[in-house]
Design a protein around this ligand. Structure first.
Ligand SMILES: Cc1cc2nc3c(=O)[nH]c(=O)nc-3n(C[C@H](O)[C@H](O)[C@H](O)COP(=O)(O)OP(=O)(O)OC[C@H]3O[C@@H](n4cnc5c(N)ncnc54)[C@H](O)[C@@H]3O)c2cc1C
Ligand code: FES
Length: 346
C-alpha cells in the first residue's frame, strides 16, 4: 500500500510506494527536492521527520549519527515511508521548471587536459536544447544501466544548449573514467540522463566563496561564466579557490587567470598541495580549505560552494562550521563520490 508524503512548509504532497525512496517519488512527482550523491553520504537531501514513521535505509552512522537520528533527521535518498509522513524539507525554488530527460549525444571531441583529466565535448541532437541550472550534473547511462555522474562545465543559456562539456578525472581501475574512456573514439554515441542535482548558486547578497578540488572546477566554470554574463560579481563578492596536487592538475589555469585579469571584482586563488620543483610554482601551497581559512577566519556571513573529492568536502564542512562559524545552512557541496568511497562506508 502506498503512503502519502507531505512536505513542510510548502504543503506539497505525493504518494510513495513501499520500499521506494522518498526522494525518488518526490522528484518523479515534479518537486524540486535537494539532492546530490543519492548514496546517503552527502547530506544534501536531509529532511526532518515531523510525523509518521520511516525506514531510514542504508545510511552509514558517519553521515547520520545517533544524535541526528534521535532529532528526526532523514536522508530522503535512502529513506522509505512506513506510514503517511510529514517532513520538513527545504525545496529549491531555483530549480523549478527544469525537465529531466534521457538524451542521446555524440562525442564531438576528446581533449586530454592533464595527464589524468579528459574533457569530453558532447553534441546533443539539434532539437534537444537542454535547459539546466549552472552547477547541475548529468548521469551517463552505460551498458547494463550502470550510471556515472559528471558535472556540467558549460554555462546555461535561456534558449538551452546543444553542446556540453564534462571534465573527467581518470580514476585508476575505474570502469568509465579509465577503461571505457581510454577505448572511446570521437563521433561515438552515448546516452545520459539530466540535468540532475541541486548544486547551484543561491540568490543572495552574501559573499560567495567557491572551492574546487581537481575536476571540481567543472561546475564552478559553469557557475562563474553564468555569474560573469549576468554581472552578479559586480554586486556580490565572488571568489574561487582551486586546489590541486601539482601545477599540471590545474588543467585550465589560464581560463581562471583570464577571468580574474578581466574582472577586478573577482578573486582567484589557486593552491597546490604537492608542488614540486617541476611546477615552477610561486603561488599558495597547502590544502585548499586551509588557504580559505587563512584568508577568511570568520565565515559567519558568507556562503560556501564546494565541489571535489569527498575528503575535501568533509574537511571543508568540518573546519568551516567548527572553526570559522559558518552556518550549516550556508554550506553547499557536491562530493564526487566513487564506488571506492561508497565501499568504504558500506
Ligand atoms: C554528484 C557527483 C558529481 C560528480 N562529478 C564529477 C565530475 O564532474 N568529474 C569527475 O571526474 N568525477 C565526478 N564524479 C565522480 C564520477 O561520478 C565517478 O564516480 C568517477 O569518475 C569514477 O567512475 P569510474 O566508473 O571510472 O570508476 P568506478 O568503476 O566507479 O571505480 C572507482 C574506484 O573504485 C574502485 N572500486 C570499484 N568497485 C569497488 C568496490 N566494490 N569496492 C572497492 N573499490 C571499488 C575502482 O577500482 C576504482 O578505483 C561525480 C560524482 C558525483 C556523485
Ligand atoms: S545523502 Fe541523499 S543525496 Fe546525498
Amino acid at each position: 500500500m502506498s503512503h502519502l508524503v507531505t512536505l513542510q512548509p510548502s504543503g506539497h504532497n505525493f504518494q510513495v510506494e513501499p520500499g521506494e525512496s522518498i526522494l525518488r517519488a518526490g522528484l518523479a512527482a515534479g518537486f524540486a527536492l535537494p539532492f546530490s550523491c543519492k548514496q546517503g553520504v552527502c547530506r544534501t537531501c536531509r529532511g526532518k521527520l515531523v510525523s509518521g514513521q520511516v525506514d531510514l535505509g542504508d545510511v552509514h552512522p558517519a553521515y547520520l549519527n545517533e544524535a541526528d537520528r534521535a532529532a528526526g533527521y532523514v536522508h530522503l535518498c535512502q529513506a522509505s515511508a512506513l506510514s503517511d509522513v510529514t517532513l520538513d524539507v527545504k525545496e529549491l525554488e531555483g530549480l523549478a521548471g527544469v525537465t529531466v530527460k534521457k538524451v542521446p549525444c555524440r562525442i564531438a571531441k576528446i581533449e586530454r587536459a592533464a595527464p589524468d583529466v579528459v574533457i569530453l565535448h558532447l553534441r546533443l541532437p539539434m532539437n534537444e536544447n537542454m535547459m539546466f541550472v549552472a552547477g547541475q550534473h548529468v548521469e551517463f547511462i552505460l551498458p547494463g544501466d550502470v550510471r556515472r555522474t559528471y558535472s556540467i562545465a558549460t554555462k546555461p543559456s535561456v534558449d538551452g544548449v546543444c553542446a556540453l562539456e564534462v571534465h573527467i578525472r581518470q580514476v585508476p581501475g575505474g570502469l568509465f573514467s579509465e577503461q571505457m574512456l581510454n577505448a572511446m573514439k570521437e563521433r561515438e554515441l552515448m546516452k545520459f540522463e539530466g540535468p540532475l542535482g541541486s548544486f547551484h548558486l543561491r540568490d543572495s547578497d552574501r559573499p560567495a566563496v567557491l572551492i574546487a578540488g581537481g575536476t571540481g572546477f567543472a561546475p564552478m566554470k559553469s557557475m562563474l561564466e553564468h555569474v560573469f554574463e549576468r554581472g552578479v560579481h559586480k554586486r556580490r563578492a565572488v571568489s574561487l579557490y582551486w586546489g590541486a596536487r601539482t601545477r599540471k592538475d590545474l588543467y585550465q589555469l589560464e581560463v581562471a587567470e583570464r577571468w580574474a585579469a578581466e574582472r577586478p571584482e573577482f578573486r582567484f586563488v589557486p593552491v597546490l598541495s604537492q608542488a614540486t620543483a617541476d611546477c615552477g610554482w610561486s603561488g599558495r601551497e597547502g590544502l585548499v580549505h586551509e588557504a580559505v581559512l587563512q584568508d577568511l577566519p570568520n565565515l559567519a556571513g558568507v556562503e560556501i560552494y564546494a565541489c571535489g573529492a569527498p575528503g575535501m568536502i568533509d574537511a571543508c564542512r568540518r573546519d568551516f562550521i567548527g572553526l570559522a562559524g559558518l552556518p550549516d545552512a550556508s554550506f553547499f557541496a557536491d562530493a564526487f563520490l566513487t564506488r571506492a568511497d561508497r565501499a568504504v562506508t558500506a
